[in-house]
Design a protein around this ligand. Structure first.
Ligand code: NAP
Length: 305
């Protein structure tokens, strides 16, 4: 066991960073453990237009850095490590990580979700060779080349719009005949001349020699199959909670999300959850930040009272 903390926060996205801001301002010794780098999923967003306080928008990366800077100013410590498990002991919890184990009075779980995969032939083989899950990261590789985006949610349409700045053509492939994305994004997408839509269509296989060259498609209503030549395919079909390490520790719902009450308390005393990882999260940076603050406030009450 390395060091004891009053609060250990798992995850460095808006939920974890806001929790850390509140716990460190409450003068609780606080450690935030993050696997990749602070910011979480928002760090991949080229521009965030719906976080209050930034009327001109802000890059997701910068927003994450600013949140981290603010929390660090009040004493939040950060460790880059992967959490492998939580052990429940009477009066304290032990958070196990790849960089050692930490004893704590309370845990705030805020390590979000990751992008879901399609699970089709060619997806794994061509990841990094034309298959991508992040337009902000990879769009420049497809300058003046045709690409496809799979999905119809906010993320898929945001990615597709960003890709139009680079690619020669962006084909959005959606399994239904209506987008799930917000109206404002739909309006932008439908007026973008570089974008085309294939409705009621699913991707069956990704093919190529060394890199992606084409995809095999199926129209779900007619069953008709076709092939589309592309250089890149961006998969944006929703999220999966990062709770594998919590199985058997906490009750999870059928999709793997953590169940909390409106104080962000789980069924286990001293364990809180915040942000995308909890059931019924609105999955926005601002709601995650709100969850993090709420979790921190009730964690402080738990510890001090
Ligand atoms: P999402 O809203 O769950 O949308 C996932 C999309 O992928 C849906 O269109 C879904 O189709 C499709 N899909 C799911 N599984 C599929 C499969 N196996 N094959 C083909 N298509 C499949 O997820 P998201 O777009 O990643 O967004 C996640 C959350 O982040 C949302 O709450 C969203 O509002 C938020 N977000 C917000 C912004 C923003 O405000 N600008 C940007 C990004 C994300 P169906 O429609 O048929 O279900």
């Amino acid at each position: 066991m390395k060091k004891d903390y009053e609060v250990v926060i798992i995850g460095g996205g808006p939920a974890g960073l806001s929790a850390g801001l509140y716990t460190s301002r409450a003068r609780l010794s606080s450690l935030l453990i993050e696997k990749m780098g602070v910011g979480g999923q928002i760090a991949d967003a080229e521009r965030v237009d719906n976080y209050p306080g930034f009327p001109e928008g802000i890059s997701g990366f910068e927003l994450g850095q600013l949140m981290h800077q603010q929390a660090t100013k009040y004493g939040l410590e950060t460790l880059l490590a992967e959490v492998t498990g939580i052990e429940l002991h009477e009066g304290q919890k032990e958070v196990k990580t790849t960089e050692g184990n930490f004893a704590t009075k309370a845990v705030i779980i805020a390590n979000g979700s990751e992008r879901r995969k399609l699970g089709i032939p060619g997806e794994e083989k061509f990841t990094g060779k034309g298959v991508s899950y992040c337009a902000t990261c990879d769009a420049p590789f497809f300058t003046e080349k045709p690409v496809a985006v799979v999905g119809g949610g906010d993320a898929a349409i945001t990615e597709a719009l960003y890709l139009t700045k680079f690619a020669s053509k962006v084909t959005v492939i959606h399994r239904r005949d209506q987008l799930r994305a917000s109206r404002i994004l739909q309006e932008k997408a439908f007026s973008e001349t570089k974008m085309e839509f294939l409705w009621n269509t699913v991707v069956e296989e990704i093919k190529g020699e060394n890199v992606v060259q084409r995809i095999r498609l199926r129209q779900v209503k007619t069953g008709e199959e076709s092939t589309l030549g592309i250089s890149g395919i961006f998969i944006s079909v929703g999220l999966k909670p990062n709770t594998d390490y919590l199985k058997g520790v906490l009750p999870l719902d059928a999709a793997g999300y953590i169940i909390t009450n409106d104080r962000m308390e789980t069924e286990i005393p001293a364990i809180f959850a915040a942000g995308d990882i909890r059931r019924n999260s609105a999955r926005q940076a601002i709601t995650a930040a709100g969850d993090g603050a709420t979790a921190a406030i009730y964690a402080r009450k738990f510890i001090t009272e």
